[in-house]
Write a protein that binds this ligand. Structure first.
Ligand code: SAH
Length: 253
C-alpha cells in the first residue's frame, strides 16, 4: 500500500482549491451582508408587513407577479416620516415633505402593472417624490430615470434609495421638459397629474413604447395609457379614476 508523501503538484492543486473555496465563501458573505444592510432599517415584522401588503393588493386585482414581488420586497416605512411609520403598510397615500404625497400602494401597483415592464427597459418617471415608486421600478430591473421638481425631495429620495441599495438616475428639474438627452424611453410613468398629456414627453417615447399618466384637473383624473404607434400616431386608452397631486411647471430650490 502506498500512503507516502503527496506529489508537490497535488499539494499545489489542493491549496489552490482551498483558496478558491475561501474566496467564494467570503464573496457570498459580502452579498448577504449587502442584503442585510438593506434591511437594517427593516425589522422582520416590517418585512412580513410588506408581504402582507402585496397579498392585499393581489386580492384587490393586481395580477402582475413581478409587481407584487417588488412591493413585497420594499421597506415602504423607509420612505416616510418616522411618525407615520405605523401606517406604512396600509393601502393608503401618506404625506411627505413640501405638501406632496407618497401614492397609495394600489395606485403604485396599478400604474406599474400598466407599464408591463420588462427587465432592462429604459423608463422615465416624472415625480420622484419619496422615491418609493422608483424603488419598485428598480426591483423590476428596469433602467430607471426619475425627475423631481422639489430640490429637498430629490435629495432625500436619493439618500433613501442609495441607503437601501437602489441606484436609479435621479434628476432635479421640471418633468414637463423630460430628459431629451437620454431619450428615447421604452416607457414613461407620470406620478403627478397633468391637465393635458405633455407633448414634449410624448416625443421622448420610442415608437412602440408607451406612457402611463393620470390626466385631468384637481377634481380627479383618468389613468391613461398612450401608445406611440408611429412617428406621429398615438393611441389612448383609459384605466380608471384616480386623484393625484397636480403636475406643476418649474422647479423649487
Ligand atoms: N412617485 C412618488 C409620488 C410622489 S407625488 C412616490 O413614489 O413617492 C408626485 C410628485 O411629483 C411630487 O413629489 C411632486 O413634487 C412631483 N412633481 C409635480 N410636478 C412635477 C414636475 N413638473 N416635474 C417633476 N416632478 C413633479
Amino acid at each position: 500500500m502506498r500512503r507516502g508523501k503527496q506529489h508537490p503538484i497535488t499539494v499545489f492543486i489542493i491549496a489552490l482549491f482551498c483558496i478558491g473555496l475561501i474566496t467564494c465563501a467570503s464573496n457570498s458573505t459580502r452579498n448577504q451582508q449587502k442584503k442585510s444592510d438593506i434591511h437594517m432599517t427593516d425589522l422582520p415584522r416590517r418585512h412580513d408587513e410588506a408581504k402582507k401588503l402585496a397579498k392585499e393588493l393581489k386580492k384587490k386585482g393586481i395580477s402582475d407577479k413581478r409587481v407584487l414581488t417588488a412591493i413585497g420586497n420594499i421597506p415602504r416605512h423607509s420612505f416616510i416620516d418616522a411618525q407615520l411609520s405605523a401606517y406604512a403598510y396600509e393601502d393608503r397615500p401618506l404625506p411627505i415633505e413640501s405638501g406632496q404625497t407618497i401614492s397609495q400602494p394600489f395606485t403604485v401597483a396599478w400604474q406599474t402593472q400598466l407599464l408591463q415592464l420588462k427587465p432592462g427597459e429604459k423608463v422615465l418617471e416624472i415625480g420622484t417624490g419619496s422615491g418609493y415608486q422608483a424603488a419598485v421600478l428598480c426591483e423590476m430591473e428596469a433602467e430607471v430615470y426619475s425627475i423631481e421638481r422639489y430640490y429637498n425631495l430629490y435629495e432625500s429620495a436619493k439618500e433613501t434609495l442609495n441607503k437601501l441599495g437602489y441606484y436609479p438616475n435621479l434628476f432635479f428639474g421640471d418633468g414637463f421638459e423630460g430628459l431629451p438627452e437620454h431619450a428615447p424611453f421604452d416607457k414613461i410613468l407620470i406620478t403627478a397629474a397633468p391637465e393635458k398629456i405633455p407633448e414634449k414627453l410624448l416625443q421622448q417615447l420610442r415608437i412602440g413604447g408607451w406612457m402611463v399618466a393620470p390626466v385631468g384637473g384637481r377634481a380627479g383624473q383618468k389613468m391613461t395609457v398612450i401608445r406611440r404607434i408611429s412617428e406621429n400616431e398615438f393611441k389612448e386608452s383609459e384605466h380608471g379614476d384616480f386623484i393625484f397631486v397636480p403636475m406643476q411647471e418649474g422647479t423649487v430650490k
